[in-house]
Write a protein that binds this ligand. Structure first.
Ligand SMILES: [Zn+2]
Length: 140
């Protein structure tokens, strides 16, 4: 994943992903490379950022007009935070010899079952595009 190029060590990754605003920045840069956030319902590109809720709000009046960075991505239906998802993605990219669900479980503090689920989803998303996850975060 190109967007992780500036994170070289596990310690940097931990610091980076413990910041919820940074996590959102990463997802935005992967999902909307030009930086323009688009409403997943109606496609408007002039949405408002709600600072205290860390969500966007669409200016059109429709259901689900407030949306988080997770909406419409492979992370959407997961109760796990973006910090855990991005940490796992970083480990997949940076552990050259591969990473197991047991290692993820121990290092990130999730159950082995959750770790396995994250690995499956991320590997599938990353496999479909050689440049990384760009564009493939969007749920099918
Ligand atoms: Zn909208």
């Amino acid at each position: 994943m190109n967007d992780f190029a500036n994170i070289r060590t596990l310690q940097q990754a931990i610091i980076e992903f413990s910041n919820p605003d940074k996590c959102i920045e990463y997802v935005v840069s992967m999902r909307w490379p030009d930086g323009v956030v688009i409403c997943p319902i109606c496609g408007r590109n002039d949405v408002t950022w709600l600072l205290t809720q860390r969500k966007w709000q669409c200016k059109s009046k429709h259901a689900k007009r407030q949306f988080s960075a997770k909406v419409g991505t492979i992370f959407e239906d997961s109760p796990l935070g973006l910090d855990k998802w991005l940490m796992t993605a970083w480990m997949i990219v940076n552990c050259k010899n591969g990473v197991s669900s047991y290692e993820i479980s121990r290092n990130i503090g999730v159950t082995q079952k959750s770790a396995w689920f994250m690995l499956q989803r991320l590997r599938l998303a990353m496999k479909s595009d050689d440049s990384g996850m760009r564009g493939d975060l969007v749920a099918p």
